[in-house]
Ligand binder design. Sequence first.
Ligand SMILES: [Zn+2]
Length: 129
Amino acid sequence: MNKQVNHIIRCDECGEILSSGHYVEEGVAQNYYCGDCLGKAMTEAEYNELYEEGLAYYTEWEYEPIGVWTLTNTLAVEVLAIEYDIEDAVVIREPDGSIGEYTIQYDTDGEPYIQAGEIRLYFDECMRV
Ligand SMILES: [Zn+2]
């Protein structure tokens, strides 16, 4: 089951951005855990009990891009989310499919960009999808 989502899902224990993981509903609490952290949050027996009630399951999430930077004819960087937090960041899907998180920086003219490896990606060059 692939769920399309338009917000970023993070592990509630370690904060890692998840493209797959465990959804757990306990009372009013809805939590997400990566495979490594599930065992810290609950025992296997507790998880199985919730699983049988349909309140816990493993799933994959597919993030819908909100923008795209075209690098070449075949390479693109997709913007999945812009997060305004202590450090403003952009969550992207890199050309190899991995998910990366980059802090928003500003050049001397005040133009916002992210530095992804060697490449500087400016916001005004990003196309909305
Ligand atoms: Zn985790």
